[in-house]
Design a protein around this ligand. Sequence first.
Ligand code: NAP
Length: 306
Amino acid sequence: MKAVYFDRLGPPEVLTLGDMPDPVAASGEVVIDIHAASVNAADWRGRSGTFGTIDTFPHIPGRDFSGIVSALGDGVNDRNIGDAVFGVCPSGQEGTYAEKIAVKADIIAPKPKSLSHVEAAAIALTGLTALVSLEDTLKLKSGEVILIQGGAGGVAGFAIQLAKHLGAYVISTASGENLDYLRDLGADEVIDYKTQDFTALSPPCDAVFDTVGGDVALRSFKVLKPGGRAAFIHEREAPQPPRSDVTALRPAVGRDRAHLTRIADLVSSGAIKPPQITEFALSDAATAHRISEARHLRGKLVLRIR
Ligand SMILES: NC(=O)c1ccc[n+]([C@@H]2O[C@H](COP(=O)([O-])OP(=O)(O)OC[C@H]3O[C@@H](n4cnc5c(N)ncnc54)[C@H](OP(=O)(O)O)[C@@H]3O)[C@@H](O)[C@H]2O)c1
């Protein structure tokens, strides 16, 4: 199969398009012919060696996918060859910048019928992360006020829509050219972080969802009401709160069919629409990494593989 891989950690130029062995479905696994895979921050952070420890080469990056089941391993009874499915690789596996992948059958779900493969790939890991963060971790409730940092990014774009669906009042930050995009996703209030101070403008919040990290994450504690909760996904651990009356949380984003099915249901009900998507050929993965790495993209970058 064709795949994009790297033989050493380094800049985007280490990404190479070449031939790799076709995967074989082990017991409990399926082989998926991948139609689309999205580019996530973890891909370039892993490639550059700034996140995780990739030490086995060649390494094929890529965490989420949408495609067609093309082979079944022993014991797989609830999937059929030809099923359109989407999903996210288990942490540490990776390998979706490729024409095929073998994964456990219990971490894939039927692709939402209304979405193309490109759209389904765009909401797999972002949707999973937003669901685990807002529903399972922050336990966001109707009527609560939430500040979502980095609203124009992939995870936050899903989170804005999910928070609105849950009945929350949503405030979100972005640069000026992305504010209309945030409003279109459903944000009630938007803040241009380049010209405005979110700590002065945000009303007291029940919850914060931070996708930016660094100083933005640390300053986010200021907007919380006493008893407020904040979830952080940029680093592996949540920052230490500078006050004792709030809680800092790091969502544990696992992989399972139930969350993917919930994503599909949210799409089918019209609660969630796909983000703005920029498509790239698999051979152009390095360009997509350069854009993602600059951390000012709107929506999602997706590699179209078939
Ligand atoms: N399993 C997990 O825990 C998990 C899963 C997925 C992602 N993540 C992490 O979540 C983070 C977000 O990922 P992502 O793919 O959604 O987005 P991303 O590509 O890292 O973020 C891009 C967005 O951040 C915005 N941004 C940059 N600086 C900002 C600032 N100071 N204030 C507000 N917004 C700012 C940009 O908007 P402007 O262009 O308007 O500046 C852009 O839309 C990453 O660190 C990633 O590693 C974790």
